[in-house]
Design a protein around this ligand. Structure first.
Ligand SMILES: Nc1nc2c(c(=O)[nH]1)N[C@H]1C(S)=C(S)[C@@H](COP(=O)(O)OP(=O)(O)OC[C@H]3O[C@@H](n4cnc5c(=O)[nH]c(N)nc54)[C@H](O)[C@@H]3O)O[C@H]1N2
Ligand SMILES: Nc1nc2c(c(=O)[nH]1)N[C@H]1C(S)=C(S)[C@@H](COP(=O)(O)OP(=O)(O)OC[C@H]3O[C@@H](n4cnc5c(=O)[nH]c(N)nc54)[C@H](O)[C@@H]3O)O[C@H]1N2
Ligand code: SF4
Ligand SMILES: [Mo]
Length: 731
């Protein structure tokens, strides 16, 4: 069972899980009294399950689900239960490290480390200009960190070269959502609304493994699942469509075609709440389900059945995940799914809607506060003069002091150490040596830098390449806010003081900024002070947090953005704005209040199979590991559950290749090859193999993936590589 109830089931039923405790006798933190439980949230995914942490007198931290928190309703997945083990992982970073003359990372004091880094940054900037220094952030950073990182880059470094790993995650759905609805909030409704649906269509999402407690809300509805694999989510579906990887765009067009042909459209809704249907239909009219079957492998009858199920339901949702988004056609694919939802009259109706299942812990907030190449806080565009004026006022600088838009994450990584490209990179909250496409090329670029600085709490694969490593606090040691996949702002709370030698990311940014000549007051180190500034910076923007405060959150209010400081309905004397759990009920966020159909036609994936590389490889997640695995590969219970990379192969395909179950194989693409153990899966498509991307070294799935990008979102094509598979001799 992947989603465990409070009394943990499984091997340790009844007892508190051993791995849910961390801390050693003697490690008794000062400052925070023992036995004061703190209600906070899981350090991992965007579901942000409520967790109640307690710390015993011996320093051990225990976790249990926060009673009454509606999102996880008493459940946590294996990763959430075992998260405290990360706090005192044996190789936790506890002192800054600087690479010495002999090339070894050696311990250094904080002042030495920060002085050295600032000195090198100043030199590089003086010699090559401010864009010689780049920053890569992450969707796991709190809102406060993401905000201060963006400000630090634009002001202290003066660089345009900042982006973040959400580019690899959310960017396609964000672009399509903004275009269609005028605003990008992953779920424009609370997750608990899903439970009231009759039908939910999940396109390229596997929440049974990626957000197990979410399945509690999907127990009632009938599910339609679109996934090339028969995942645990698909096992629960009434209808499972199994397209060839990279063909969802055609499939979504086929579903729209079937809806038109079967006269299932909501004409009244299309007429009154949308624009652009005719142009959209002109692009989709050739997408006969039979034609789409030839492209996708999904039977025309199943396409029609799916559309009929959705259309017949009174309350229904269409949700996309990375399976349909991480493509060079990602934006058009999401747009085509949104077109279908609009044609059936779903978005902005009570009990129905479209949403994207945001992935990282703060994947939502991380894309709102200005760590993205083209953005300023409040989800403002950096190219918009009014946005620049507003943010410059809050920051106390002139608008012309703000740099312009920078490169997207992949383009940034690929430009490192090239003529005209950045010579230094500061990494906060991502591990691109494992998680970026064409990872071998990325590692080469990182190794060629004049300066690589990584702030992390573990020696990640990227940290190991750095010239300077800065040890930072972990979730249970810090305060802040996170914005979950439903747009709700949540408090992260400290339950213990950090180990000696470790500093918060806000302190690190402050320390570097003052050494670069910035006024100290510009970089507050208190999360609350940063949040209060973030509120002002976001005021009037698309993601308006100005009405949200730590006081309101701490009093237990459930606040979803937008939540402006201006009072809600009722005028100046009214209660503060209540926040917006459900968007679009009265209208969409475009000036005319209407949603936009997108005129999208069929395009193939950039990567094609061919004689040398006859199979499609797709990549994704396992229940037990999180992302690059930097965190979860350090937790014994999780490595025991998934110790090494396995590639899923259909038994017929394996037989043809002379590969047996459990045998080591080499999977190769035009970029390189990776080694994994074959796992034979009879429900998989015969033309497709699947690899998780959580493993390092020679087992990296990203040694295979390519560099084609979506033209709009700049999302890499993580979900389609053309590969061959061959038996690998034992090492
Ligand atoms: N256990 C675990 N949970 C996580 C994470 C984790 O690393 N581990 N990460 C978090 C993050 S950041 C994210 S973004 C989310 C991601 O959550 P999901 O989107 O659910 O995760 P993925 O496994 O990347 O992709 C989902 C499914 O897409 C399928 N797929 C592959 N190619 C295609 C295709 O062309 N079309 C369609 N329709 N499907 C395809 C895969 O088979 C896979 O089952 O999970 C979050 N939760
Ligand atoms: N092939 C393939 N590749 C993929 C994907 C895929 O589906 N297939 N999915 C993509 C997606 S959706 C995502 S989101 C990315 C994720 O991939 P990464 O961005 O590499 O994600 P993580 O492994 O979470 O890396 C976060 C790092 O930051 C550290 N960290 C965590 N919190 C903090 C903090 O508060 N401060 C600091 N300074 N450090 C912190 C962690 O210890 C870890 O080393 O991978 C992408 N790569
Ligand atoms: S589903 Fe996500 S938030 Fe919940 S316990 Fe698991 S990893 Fe943590
Ligand atoms: Mo993600």
């Amino acid at each position: 069972m992947s989603d465990r109830a409070p009394a943990p089931a499984g091997p340790r039923a009844g007892a508190a899980p051993a791995a849910a405790r961390a801390g050693t006798p003697g490690d008794i933190p000062a400052g925070i009294p023992a036995d004061t439980p703190a209600d906070t949230h899981c350090p991992y995914c965007a579901l942000q399950c409520g967790t109640r942490l307690s710390r015993a007198a011996d320093g051990a931290v225990t976790v249990r689900p926060t009673p009454g928190f509606p999102v996880n309703q008493g459940g946590l997945c294996q990763k959430g239960w075992t998260a405290p083990a990360l706090l005192d992982t044996p190789d936790r970073l506890r002192t800054p490290l600087l690479r010495d003359a002999g090339g070894t990372l050696a311990p250094a004091g904080w002042d030495t480390a920060l002085d050295t880094i600032a000195g090198r940054l100043r030199e590089l900037r003086a010699r090559y200009g401010p864009d010689a220094v780049a920053v890569l952030g992450g969707g796991g950073l709190t809102n406060e960190k993401a905000y201060l990182l963006g400000k630090f880059a634009r002001l202290a470094l003066g660089t345009s070269q900042i982006d973040y790993n959400g580019r690899f995650c959310m960017s396609s759905a964000a672009a399509a959502g903004n275009a269609a609805f005028g605003i990008d909030r992953g779920l424009p409704f609370p997750v608990t609304d899903l439970a009231g649906a009759e039908v939910v269509l999940l396109a390229g999402a596997n929440p049974a493994e990626t957000m197990p407690p979410l399945m509690r809300h999907l127990d009632g509805p009938e599910l339609i699942v679109i996934d090339p694999r028969r995942t645990p989510t698909a096992e629960r579906a009434a209808l499972h469509l199994q397209p060839r990887p990279g063909t969802d765009l055609a499939l979504a067009l086929g579903l729209l075609h079937a809806a038109v042909a079967e006269e299932l459209l909501d004409h009244d809704y299309i007429e009154t709440r949308t624009t652009g249907f005719d142009a959209c239909w002109r692009q989709a009219r050739e997408a006969w389900p039979e034609r789409v079957e030839a492209i996708t492998g999904v039977p025309a009858a199943d396409q029609r059945a799916a559309v009929r199920m959705l259309a017949a339901a009174g309350r229904r949702y269409l949700l996309t995940g990375r399976g349909s988004e991480q493509h060079s056609t990602g934006v058009d694919t999401v747009a085509a799914y949104i077109n279908l939802a609009l044609a059936l009259g779903m978005p902005g109706r009570p009990g129905s809607g479209y949403g994207c299942l945001t992935g990282q812990g703060n994947g939502q907030g991380g894309r709102e506060h200005g760590q993205k190449a083209d953005q300023l806080p409040g989800y403002r565009m950096i190219t918009d003069p009014a946005a620049r004026g507003h943010v410059a006022r809050v920051w106390g600088v002139a608008p012309e002091d703000l740099p312009g838009a920078g490169r997207s994450a992949w383009e940034l990584l690929d430009s490192l150490a090239t003529p005209g490209g950045p010579r230094a990179l500061l990494v906060f909250g991502t591990n691109p040596v494992v998680s970026a496409p064409h990872a071998a090329r990325v590692a080469r670029k990182l190794a060629a830098l004049d300066l690589l600085v990584v702030a992390d709490f573990v020696p990640s694969e990227t940290a190991r390449l750095a010239h300077a490593v800065l040890p930072v606090t972990q979730w249970a040691e810090e305060d802040g806010t996170m914005t979950s996949l439903e747009g709700r702002v949540l408090r992260r709370r400290a339950v213990r003081t950090p180990p000696p030698g470790v500093r918060g990311d806000l302190d690190v940014l402050h320390g570097l900024a003052v050494r670069l000549g910035e006024p100290a007051a510009r970089y507050p180190t208190s999360p609350r002070a940063v949040f209060d500034e973030l509120r002002r910076a976001s005021a009037g923007g698309r993601a308006d947090y100005s009405g949200i405060s730590y006081e309101r959150l701490d009093s237990g209010e459930a606040l979803y953005w937008p939540c402006p400081a201006a009072p809600g309905p009722g005028g100046a004397r009214a209660a503060p704005h209540p926040g917006t759990p459900r968007l679009f009920l009265d209208g969409f966020a475009h000036p005319d209040g209407r949603a936009r159909f997108a005129p999208v036609g069929h395009r193939e994936a950039a990567e094609r199979t061919g004689p040398g590389f006859p199979l499609h490889a797709t990549t994704g997640r396992l229940l037990a590991h999180y992302q690059s695995g930097a965190q979860t590969r350090r937790i014994a219970e999780l490595t025991a559950a998934a110790p090494e990379p396995e590639v899923e192969i259909h038994p017929d395909t394996a037989a043809r290749l002379g590969v047996g179950d459990g045998q080591r194989v080499r999977v190769s693409s035009a970029r390189g090859s990776t080694v994994a153990r074959a796992r034979l899966v009879a429900t998989l498509r015969t033309d497709t193999v699947f690899l998780p991307f959580h493993f390092p070294g020679a087992g990296r799935a990203n040694l295979l993936t390519g560099t084609a990008l979506d033209p709009v979102s700049r999302m890499p094509e993580f979900k389609v590589s053309a590969v061959c598979v061959e038996p690998e001799p034992a090492p």
